[in-house]
Each structure stands twice: as C-alpha cells, then as structure tokens.
Design a protein around this ligand. Structure first.
Ligand SMILES: Cc1ncc(COP(=O)(O)O)c(C=O)c1O
Length: 446
C-alpha cells in the first residue's frame, strides 16, 4: 500500500460507501431535525417534483425541499450553468467582481418592482435578513429603538434573524438577540374578529408599539407578506397599505422578507406585487438559486449602500450559485412557470376545497399560488389546533409517497403545507389530494 492509499483509506467516496459509513456520519452530526419522523431517511435523487430515497422509494415533494426547488429539482440548464461556472471559476475574493455577479445584479434589478434597483447577495436567507437589518441601521442612524416584527414571523436561524422571529421567549439564545418589539399579525380565522376589525386592531397595536412601547424609533419593520412558518398566513389587502402608511409617517423602513414568498411562489415574481405595496427593502432567498444556495436583498435607490468591510463574507458572492441563479431566472420566464404556479395553485386549491366537506379536521385552506396551507382543527367551532393529528397525517402520507410540510411554529404545528415545485403535474396533484383524503379519513376514524 502506498503512503497516499494509506492516508486516504478511511475517507469514503461518494461512489462507494457502506451503511456503517453513513451511520457513523449521522452519529457525528450536531444537528437534529424536529419531527424525529424521518429517522435515517437518506434522499439520494430528485427531479422535477419527485425525490427518491436510498432504498429507491419515490415521493411527491410538496415541500420543494424547504420551498427552494421552485422551478423543479435538478433542472438541467441550472445544473449545467453551475458546472460550467465551477470549472471556469468557482471562488474569488469578494473585493473582485465575477461575471455572473454583475449579470445577475442587472437581471434581478431590471425586473424588480418600483425603485428596488440596488442589490446585494449572500448565501442564506438568514444572512440576507441580517443584511437588511444592517442596511436599516446604516440608513436610520437616529432610530435607536428596537426592530419591529410580527409576533408569529419567521426570519431564519442565524442569531440576529432568529431574534426577529420564533422562538420568542425562554430560549437559551434569547440573551444574544438584538432588540425586537413584536406586534400581532392579522389572523381573523383565530381571533374571531372580521378581517376589517382585525386590520384595525393590528394597526392600532403597531401605532401603540411605536408611540409607547419602543424606547426610540425603530429603524425598520420586518414582515413576511405571507407568513410561511407562522401558519401559512396571508393578510387582508388593506393591512399592507396601512402598514406602509404608518412606516412612512415615522420614516421607519419597511422590509418584506420574501425568502419564501418570492421567486414566483405566489404566482407572481414577488408577493408584494399582489398587494400593490413596495417595501424599502425586499429580502429574497430559497428559490432564486434554482437549488443552489443564493439569497440577498433588493433595496430602494433612496438608501445608501454598504461601505467597504460592512458586508463581505468569504463565500457571499459565490459565482457558482450566481450562475445557477441566472439560469434559474431564465428557466422561470422561458417556461412560463409564474403562470404555471398560479394555475397549479388554483387547481390544487380547488381539489382541496372539493374534499373539505367530508373532513371535520380541515378548518381552513389558504393560498395564493403554490403556497397553500391547510389548517387542521379538532373542532370546527373552537378551532382547537389539531397538532398531533397533523403530525400523524404527515407520517401516514409519507408512507404513501407524499411529503407534506408542516408548520412547527410556536409549538402549534397544525398547518399542512402544500408547496410543490411549479412543474408539478396535474396527475401528481391529483395523487397528493387523493393521499390527503385517504390519510385524513384514517386519522379521523381512529
Ligand atoms: C421567511 C423566511 N426568512 C428567512 C429564512 C431563512 O432562510 P435560510 O434558511 O436560507 O437562512 C426562511 C427559511 O425558511 C424563511 O422562510
């Protein structure tokens, strides 16, 4: 045995490894996943809306793998673009520009709504949220108060972004969070108020928070235009306009976190376009990289950008992801996937509404596009969250080859997410609804 063979012997290769190698790797991992319901499930392949595990089982993926494979998994043009860029130049220091960086900056800002014509890139939604926080602090130096955020918002799991959302209290990380003041989001289905009353209530709470509860003016108000982890919740149209008005009155920057709602997920490029409100900063991530890590912010031209050193991460402007993003954007438009998302969203929602009358567990079904939430309740009157039942539905559906998402927000976990890639077929959606129908019946008759 040569010296090289000896020192590389223990390092497994992707083309030949043992189950023990995988088990050792799993035992070494620090991270755990919250449901505990996928023990040892190794996914080895994905294409379009399908994924396969190591045993060859096929699943319809209603999670788009964390809402990221918007244009489908393993899209050849995207993979080819990433490969070509990796061969040419996979990495460079952030004080140099790469061609994909400049081309994607142009393409994304050309298509951005309103005056969101400046852009910054990074690799994760959480870091893009932090980029937005920094931009707000830079541009509102006299606003020394806390950030504003919605009670059930979710903005990531880096320390600062985690501080903006869940989990809220009594968590080991609390002591390192930035100052944040939370205000309630409209949730008329649960509050019992009418949507209009709910908007009035939430806006009054926002005004009260700014006037009486914040020590100093907040630099920015962060909200997801449609809450993802926070129960797949969209708000009455008037709410967005009222929020915009209150922020403008106090010169507070409005930040839309579109990490989940963006890149076509609602049937439009950005959810902001549904409501006719343009934020000062729009945070993007997930789908933009076509399956590669890519995130960032679009910012108003009225805002000052960063100075050297303010925002420079070693892999922040990763050329491979930027090239993938450019290809993903092209595929999104070339293949009419915004329209496909809107159309498939309507199809899936109608099919879900059709099974609703025979299921006492279904409390609410909400969209838009392929950002569908199905809220499960134990009782149609009290609307008690059906948390254990949701997990059971999730597990049983997985056994039948459909992977749903579940919101695990704030320990509720009672909303199923139906958010497949936009390339999902009618036949696949029919199967998804058929499986849901079947497992809901089983859980209800238990
Ligand atoms: C709305 C929202 N913001 C931010 C993030 C964080 O993105 P990432 O996990 O890429 O850091 C997520 C991820 O789920 C998200 O849904």
């Amino acid at each position: 045995m040569t010296e090289t063979e000896r020192v590389t012997r223990g390092i497994p290769v992707l083309t030949s490894y043992t189950d023990d190698d995988l088990a050792d790797g799993r035992a070494a991992l620090l991270s755990g996943w919250s449901t505990g319901s996928e023990p040892g499930l190794v996914i080895t392949r994905a294409a379009g809306a399908l994924v396969w595990d190591a045993k060859g089982n096929e699943y319809i993926d209603c999670t788009s793998m964390a809402w990221s494979n918007n244009i489908g998994a393993s899209v050849p043009e995207v993979v080819d673009a990433a490969f070509a860029q990796a061969r040419q130049l996979s990495h460079l220091r952030s004080n140099f520009d790469s061609v994909p960086l400049l081309l994607l900056s142009k393409a994304m800002t050309d298509a951005a709504p309103g005056d969101l014509k400046r852009i910054g890139f990074t690799l994760h939604g959480s870091l893009a949220v932090e980029m937005a926080m920094k931009l707000a602090l830079l541009n509102r130096p006299a606003h020394t108060g806390p950030f504003l955020a919605l009670t059930d918002g979710y903005h990531g799991r880096s320390l600062a972004s985690m501080g903006l959302g869940w989990p809220h209290v009594n968590h080991a990380f609390d002591r390192a969070y930035p100052p944040v003041l939370r205000v309630p989001q409209p949730y008329a289905y649960r509050s019992g108020r009418t949507p209009d009353e709910e908007v009035d209530y939430c806006i009054a709470e926002l005004r009260d928070a700014i006037a009486r509860r914040a020590t100093g003016l907040p630099p920015a108000f962060f909200m997801e235009p449609i809450q993802g982890n926070g129960t797949q919740l969209d708000f009455p149209g008037r709410y967005y306009h009222e929020v915009r008005r209150v922020c403008a009155e106090h010169d507070i920057l409005l930040v839309f976190d579109e990490v989940q709602t963006g890149f076509g997920r609602t049937g439009r490029m950005w959810a902001a376009e549904h409501y006719g409100v343009i934020p000062d900063i729009l945070v993007f991530g997930k789908g933009v990289g076509g399956g590669f890590p890519l995130a960032g912010v679009l910012a108003s031209t009225a805002l000052a950008g960063f100075q050297a050193g303010d925002e420079a991460l070693t892999f922040g402007e990763f050329p491979v992801s930027l090239a993938a993003g450019l290809a993903a954007l092209r595929v999104l438009h070339r293949d009419g996937l915004l329209q496909a998302c809107a159309e498939m969203g309507r199809y899936a929602t109608a099919a879900l509404q059709a099974i609703r009358p025979r299921h006492r567990l279904i409390g609410d079904i909400r969209g838009p596009g392929l950002l569908i939430g199905v809220e499960l309740v134990r009782d149609q009157q009290t609307r008690e969250p059906a948390t254990a039942e949701t997990l059971e539905v999730y597990r049983r559906a997985m056994d039948l080859g459909v992977i749903f998402g579940t919101t695990r927000y704030a320990g509720l976990g009672h909303v199923l997410k139906v958010k497949p890639p936009f390339t999902v077929t009618h036949a696949q959606l029919d199967r998804v609804v058929e499986v849901l129908d079947q497992v809901l019946t089983a859980v209800e008759n238990r």
